[in-house]
Design a protein around this ligand. Structure first.
Ligand SMILES: [Zn+2]
Ligand SMILES: [Zn+2]
Length: 395
């Protein structure tokens, strides 16, 4: 069932500062345990299977939620298969989580029981470094960086130097689960105009593309190029269009050219040398959403003088860049990682306001391994979103 987003409608959510509290306020008292169930992989070569575990119940400043929907991100697959060489098993992925608040820890003020909230890639950060102080938790420079919603902290307690694991845990379990516990600042408000299953992928795919588009100051009339037309590329194109940009999408898949047109964008085949030649020096900004190593040199030539190409999809060694092309036109080649809490709230609100969102296909959790195969096979342009009620059928 393909669920295309349609209804707009936008309600202003109460504006609250989103900066995380300091590490000193992190609750380290012994916790009650919360019975939990999800789908996890035991090894890099195994499928995801039903997995029972316990979470720490909400401590001071934390909330518990019942997970309603969780998006399937390409990085879930990278992580499950240990393709970034940092996976801690069992690995229970999921960082595009929309849920209903079920219980509040002591002192929680931002949320109430029954609220619809979203949790993206982070559930905590050091709260004390320059990046956190600046409200850019996604670039946390603390000893463990930010705490990943699953498979975090990036330096497990057992490997961290004495006293250097500020989160005190080895692993975290994500949103392919019936519940989640999170610091209240790391749960965002889902605006009334967004369906929960549509909101889920905005928490990673949405903010990962929104953050660079806003950071590099995309304005109405700018010519924006998007490389790759999967889940990230789809969101990038819709967001850039809503910002008033003229959008060109580069894809390897001929069938997707029509899809680009449907979004009001121009579609160009990546290997169409003639088409690329015509676009030389014409872009104000190019965003690459391709989730693996690729050659960006042909696209650098398409940038106007002083313009930037930003890579968000591939978190690995890239093909080398010909600096002659870069230097001769003062181009910048840059990267960008997800987005801050403030940007995540902003993109949720922006999508509700502009009536845009990812195209989603809702699946049962039992189909997750098949969906991974399909995502790996090519750019699935829509986003798979798991209906977490389906976990109950897997008892
Ligand atoms: Zn993601
Ligand atoms: Zn920090």
């Amino acid at each position: 069932m393909a669920n295309s987003y349609s209804d707009g409608g936008y309600r202003d959510s109460t504006s609250v500062p989103l900066q995380a509290d300091s590490a000193a306020e992190r609750d380290s008292s012994p916790r009650a345990k919360l019975k939990s169930v999800g789908f996890a992989a035991k090894h890099s070569f195994s499928n995801l299977k039903r997995f029972e575990f316990e979470r720490d119940a909400a401590g001071a400043g934390e909330i518990e939620l019942e997970v309603l929907y969780c998006g399937v991100c390409h990085s879930d697959i990278h992580q499950v298969k240990n393709e970034w060489s940092n996976t801690v098993y069992p690995c229970l992925p999921g960082h595009e989580v929309v849920g209903r608040v079920t219980r509040l820890g002591a002192g929680v003020t931002r949320h109430a029981v029954g609220d619809l909230v979203g949790v993206g890639c982070m559930i905590d950060s050091c709260g004390e470094c320059e990046a956190c102080e600046a409200g850019e938790e996604n670039y946390c420079e603390g000893p463990n960086s930010w705490l990943s919603t699953y498979n975090g902290p990036m330096i497990p307690a057992s490997k961290a130097p004495e006293g250097q694991n500020i989160y005190g845990r080895d692993n975290t379990f994500g949103g392919y689960s019936n519940n989640l516990v999170v610091k209240e600042e790391f749960a965002l408000k889902i605006p009334a105009g967004l369906k929960p299953e549509v909101a889920a992928p905005i928490l990673c795919a949405g903010v990962t593309t929104f953050s660079p588009l806003t950071h590099w100051g995309i304005e109405a009339g700018d010519h924006v190029g998007i490389i790759g037309f999967g889940g990230l590329g789809d969101m990038a194109a819709k967001l850039a269009k809503a910002m008033g940009a003229e959008v060109t999408i580069f894809t390897r898949t001929e069938e997707k050219l029509g899809e680009a047109q449907r979004l009001g964008a121009k579609g160009v085949l990546e290997n169409d040398k003639e088409a690329l030649a015509k676009l030389k020096s014409s872009f104000d900004f190019i965003l690459s959403t391709v989730p693996e190593k690729h050659d960006i040199n042909p696209f650098i030539e398409l940038l106007k003088r002083d313009a930037s190409i930003v890579v968000v999809g591939a978190l690995e060694m890239m093909d080398s860049v010909n600096n002659q092309n870069v230097a001769f036109h003062r181009h910048s080649v840059a990267g960008s990682l997800i987005g801050s809490l403030e940007e995540t709230q902003a993109v949720l609100d922006f999508c509700a306001e502009h009536g845009i969102g990812p195209d989603v296909q809702v699946i049962d959790i039992k189909d997750i391994n098949d969906c991974y195969d399909k995502v790996e096979d090519g750019e699935v342009r829509f986003r798979y979103v798991i209906d977490m009620k389906s976990l109950q059928k897997e008892a």
